[in-house]
Design a protein around this ligand. Structure first.
Ligand code: HEC
Ligand code: HEC
Length: 202
């Protein structure tokens, strides 16, 4: 009888232990799930800003060679358009002979004031987001801008803001906009700069 009781108690204790262990395991995995979901949802201002800067609407005009890119597949610009000595093209193929101050919805030629290619020192094509951010903050590459001037350019320049009014292409198809809204992007740029313009490691 005594041994039966001991066995029963032992069995109970085991059961209790197992259920405690199980519930611990459960909370642990639940916490892990929650925090990874939170991490995914919690994009930093830098994440948001760089989703825009790495988008084709920007990079098509910031190539690493002498040819502007076009379209969602960033193909080399039609008609043999080239950078030229002042980033505005060569001879008869000057940017401004086709690109006006506004989008042309009939011909599909995009437009904004002073349409031209970003100088080679500001080439972003093929760079990682960290490399782009470093180049953008480096006065040797960025046209001698201070952080304040860079923020001003990023949040107010017409060629930048064009990305959210990209118009239609030559086939009448709307060009894709950056994945972050203009308002959210501007807020992200300012938050990132105000908190020290830190560039993460990756
Ligand atoms: C039509 C071509 C064009 C488009 C589109 C364009 N840029 Fe530029 N970008 C330029 C030119 C030209 C300059 C040089 C302007 C200057 O130095 O005054 C420049 C310079 C810059 C600079 C300052 C230089 C640097 O490296 O810090 C930043 C920042 C920049 N662009 C960001 C963007 C972003 C962000 C987008 C997209 C949302 C964009 N650009 C889209 C042509 C373009
Ligand atoms: C002969 C006319 C012509 C000239 C010159 C020209 N372009 Fe274009 N460009 C166009 C047309 C047309 C499109 C629209 C093509 C399409 O998207 O289907 C275009 C599209 C673009 C785009 C694509 C935007 C995007 O994100 O899809 C960029 C960037 C561009 N041009 C830059 C330039 C630059 C910089 C110059 C001067 C160095 C220049 N272009 C000179 C006619 C021209």
């Amino acid at each position: 009888m005594k041994s039966y009781l001991t066995t029963l108690i032992a069995a109970f204790a085991l059961l209790l232990l197992a259920s405690v262990a199980f519930s611990f395991a459960e909370t642990d995995s639940a916490e892990v799930d929650l925090s990874s979901a939170e991490a995914a949802a919690e994009e930093t201002p830098f994440d948001k800003m760089m989703q825009v800067l790495t988008h084709k609407r920007c990079v098509n005009c910031h190539p690493s060679d002498d040819y502007p890119r076009q379209g969602e597949d960033s193909h080399v610009h039609n008609f043999g358009v080239e950078r030229g000595p002042d980033n505005h093209g060569v001879a008869a193929l000057r940017c401004e002979s086709c690109h006006q101050a506004e989008n042309n919805h009939l011909s599909g030629v995009p437009g904004a004031p002073e349409w031209s290619l970003a100088p080679k020192s500001m080439a972003w094509q093929g760079l990682s987001r960290v490399e782009i951010a470093k180049s953008m903050l480096n006065p040797e590459n960025n046209g001698g801008r201070t952080l304040e001037e860079t923020v001003h350019h990023l949040t107010e320049h017409e060629l930048v803001l064009w990305a959210w009014e990209p118009g239609v292409d030559a086939n009448g198809n709307p060009r894709e906009k950056p994945p972050v809204s203009k308002e959210e992007y501007i807020k992200a740029v300012k938050e990132w700069a105000e908190s020290g313009a830190v560039i993460p490691e990756s």
